[in-house]
Design a protein around this ligand. Structure first.
Ligand code: ADP
Ligand code: MG
Length: 227
């Protein structure tokens, strides 16, 4: 449903992504690991059409809809929580009543019931992230792109949201690319895991994933991993 061929991106003369190849099937979940500055967010932005490639191609059909959850939630500050969640439906021309009902359902799913009329600045960072998750799911995305979505949430809430998100993806056969530093997401939910190392994307074996999260793996004399 989506394919990247030899995708490269240059920022200020520096190669941030180098000949990245990746293909994603319907319902498939991938995680991307890699240290800060390796190009993970840039890769998601290219896929989400929020930046353009310098060379190579990204193939996806016009009908393929991507929802993108950024690391820092980007909500519309002049809209209430419910209006934020319902916004994608408004863009699709869904009527007011149906929009409201769908937004309420998602408000409840992300456990923000009663906060629908607040404005984003009245919410904590974690609550804002839950709003952006609800907004991503309220319409029917084919691909969910997530950039460290749980990084600012406590462990209990992250687990709940992981369950919610991955169940929903499975039920609706939504594919996902997740940038994460989280072992459970990688181990329990990902069909494939990739490592981004200074712009170069490589597929990881199960053993490499284990090592990465334990003592790290050595690449060109450098230890890469989470500890
Ligand atoms: P990661 O998400 O893995 O931490 P990023 O994709 O954010 O990495 O960044 C990769 C590299 O690209 C970094 O060196 C960063 O400074 C650079 N970069 C990212 N966005 C821009 C930009 N808009 N302009 C210039 N350099 C950028
Ligand atoms: Mg990033």
């Amino acid at each position: 449903m989506m394919e990247l061929r030899n995708v490269s991106k240059i920022f200020e003369g520096k190669m941030v992504l180098e000949n990245v190849n990746l293909s994603l099937k319907q319902g498939e979940v991938m995680t991307i690991l890699g240290k800060s500055g390796s190009g993970k967010s840039t890769l998601l932005q290219l896929i989400a059409d929020m930046a353009s490639v310098d060379s190579g191609e990204i193939h996806k059909s016009k009908e393929t809809m991507c929802a993108y959850i950024t690391q820092k939630p980007l909500l519309f500050s002049h809209m209430t929580v419910l209006q934020n969640i319902a916004f994608p439906l408004k863009c699709q021309g869904v009527g007011k009543k149906a929009r409201h009902e769908a937004a309420l359902k998602w408000l409840e799913k992300v456990e923000l019931f009663g906060l629908g009329n607040r404005f984003p600045y009245e919410l904590s960072g974690g609550q804002q992230q839950r709003v952006s998750i609800a907004r991503a799911f309220v319409y029917q995305p084919d691909v969910l792109l997530m950039d460290e979505p749980f990084a600012n949430l406590d462990v209990k809430l992250s687990r709940q949201l992981q369950h919610l998100i991955f169940n929903e993806m499975k039920q609706r056969n939504i594919a996902g690319i997740f940038v994460t530093h989280n072992y459970e997401e990688t181990k329990m939910y990902a069909d494939h895991t990739f490592l981004l190392q200074e712009g170069v994307l490589t597929k990881m074996s199960d053993e490499e994933v284990e090592l990465y999260f334990n003592e790290g793996i050595e690449i060109e004399g450098q230890i890469v991993g989470v500890s």
